[in-house]
Design a protein around this ligand. Structure first.
Ligand code: ATP
Length: 527
């Protein structure tokens, strides 16, 4: 044998001392005990599994990674009615709540604003372990639930589907929610002012917006908002308007230099558009005749008010007219009446849901819309004891007061105020043909707050240049805009509407952050 070969254990080992022998014996006994315990635990687990008659009916499902198309038929919770009683249904929903009485667990399953009760009860096929699993699963987890739909023995008043319940036969979690929620949905749903009960303040809501947005109220608010955009689009499209898209990165501030976000643009600077104003007018000069656009508008306004955001959605329109800019106000008034009617018929449930948490008077309007002149508005304010100059812009409190006076006199929450003083309007506003201190411009109001500003625009390039200079605007910076009228442009006018304000005021909410999904204000840039 080579020298490097190890000696056999028998040859190399010294006989153990008595103490050593004892030590070894102890270690061997310990290892044996450990193995026995392990074997016992495994046997117990196996026997428990064997005893868990439901072990294949519940649990955490493997990650859905699009490995297969199961072809299973899913049912929407909103469709679970008595007509389906007796059938097997399969739903994917959030586990809103679970409440156990030991042998059975009552669940509330939720899809957006629809909820249904489900019951997991110990039976010949459902084990105690399965009931425990449903009871322990954290709220807001997403689950696949199969079961038999039956008539509920008594109305389930806490759910949207009050007449039925699901007797659960299978229950799998497909996405587990962290057990500690940053806010409780039932707290987020409490009416404001109910300080005695736990409630959620606005910053906590906005910091945890994805949870906050799951409340029925928020589900309803953003469905109303979607309807506002849809009704705006559909009405204008039906009137022959063309939807356009305007650049959001621009070379010069569209509404003068103030309140503009500057961004770097390769070796130069650019600005985020404060409105699509100049571009929608250029589309008119390009013969589109009637255009509208829905898009982000940016304002670097350091105003922390209930109605200003740094980024909002503008619903803008512009159209050529024949003789008089009232052709434009008629279209816009008609659009609003159609929108309010559409909301009443298409969103009645959502409006009622929002008002449950945030009570408000129903929104009133006239058809055709009420139009007052600025002078008439000022006269109403003066009659109410307010001191307003003929050429002053209306302050926010005066706008609100005027809204109240108009409501008292005409019973409408929507009206148009026409013929603003020229001095308070942008440079491109057409002056009044008779009174040079007045202009062909208007604002529109909902519940006493401005939601639209608009006007006839100057379509004569020379006149436009004069007016820009008077406003101390560097005309070299808006050369493309002015030049677009050089080759002929029809008389035209339009307006810009703030989408979030329309929804806030229509629903009688008191803060624009409630109608912006992820609001941006001077203090908030996340989430
Ligand atoms: P306000 O006087 O209320 O600040 P504005 O006169 O600056 O508004 P315009 O520039 O005429 O408003 O914009 C047209 C519409 O856009 C407004 O009537 C309003 O509905 C909406 N809007 C304007 N600024 C904001 C903002 N910061 N946040 C949300 N909406 C806005």
């Amino acid at each position: 044998m080579a020298d490097s070969q190890p000696e056999s254990a028998a040859e190399g080992q010294q006989p153990l001392s008595k103490k050593g022998q004892k030590k070894q014996q102890k270690a061997e006994e310990k290892a044996k005990k450990k193995a026995e315990t392990q074997a016992r635990l495994e046997a117990e687990a196996a026997s428990r599994d064997a005893q868990d008659i439901s072990k294949d009916l519940y649990g955490f499902a493997p990650l859905i990674q699009s490995a297969e198309k199961t072809g299973r038929t899913w049912t929407r919770i909103g469709d679970l009615t008595l007509a389906k009683a007796g059938t097997t249904v399969l739903v994917r929903a959030r586990l809103q709540t679970s409440r156990s009485t030991g042998k059975q667990c009552f669940l509330v399953l939720r899809q957006q604003h629809f909820t249904v009760q489900a019951i997991v009860a110990v039976s010949s096929t459902i084990s105690k372990q399965m009931v425990k699993f449903t009871e322990d699963l954290s709220r807001e987890s997403i689950v696949d639930v199969e079961g038999t739909l039956s008539a509920a023995p008594e109305k389930v008043v806490s759910c949207s589907q009050q007449d039925v319940e699901i007797a659960v036969t299978k229950f799998h979690c497909i996405s587990h929610a962290a057990p500690r929620l940053p806010l409780q949905l039932e707290d987020a749903l409490r009416p404001e002012g109910d300080e005695a009960q736990p409630h959620v303040n606005q910053d906590t809501r906005l910091d945890n917006r994805i949870i906050d947005l799951r409340t029925v109220t928020n589900q309803a608010i953003f469905r109303v908002e979607a309807a506002v955009c849809r009704l705006f689009r559909d009405y204008l499209t039906s009137q022959g308007f063309v939807e356009i898209h305007t650049p959001k990165i621009i070379s010069a501030a569209s509404e003068g230099g103030a309140n503009v976000f500057e961004v770097s643009y390769f070796k130069n600077n650019a600005y985020l558009a404060q409105s699509p104003q100049l571009y929608k007018q250029m589309a008119i000069a390009s013969d589109f005749e009637k255009v509208f656009t829905v898009g982000a508008v940016f304002r670097a306004e350091d105003s922390n008010t209930h109605r200003h955001l740094c980024e909002f959605v503008g619903l803008d329109l512009e159209m050529a007219f024949y003789d008089h800019y009232h052709e434009v106000t008629e279209v816009i008034g008609g659009m609003f009446v159609n929108m309010f009617k559409g909301l009443e018929t298409q969103c009645a449930e959502e409006i009622a849901t929002v008002h449950q948490q945030y009570p408000a008077e129903p929104f009133k309007y006239l058809n055709p819309s009420l139009m007052l002149t600025y002078k008439e508005g000022v006269a109403m304010l003066r009659a109410a004891g307010v001191d307003v100059g003929d050429e002053d812009d209306l302050s926010t409190p005066n706008e609100k007061l005027l809204g109240k006076l108009v409501k008292e006199k005409y019973d409408t929450d929507f009206y148009i105020l026409d013929k603003y003083p020229l001095a308070v309007r942008p440079f491109y506003t057409m002056p009044d043909p008779v009174d040079p201190r007045s202009s062909n411009s208007y604002d529109m109001f909902m519940r006493g707050e401005e939601i639209l500003s608009g006007a006839q625009r100057i379509h004569d390039p020379q006149f436009l240049t004069e007016r820009a200079k008077l406003h101390n605007i560097d005309t070299t910076k808006i050369k493309d805009y002015i030049e677009s009228f050089k080759f002929g442009a029809p008389p035209h006018g339009g307006g810009g509407i703030g989408m979030e304000r329309v929804v806030m005021l229509y629903l009688g909410l008191h803060n624009i952050r409630k109608t912006s999904m992820f609001p941006r204000d001077p203090k908030r840039l996340t989430p």
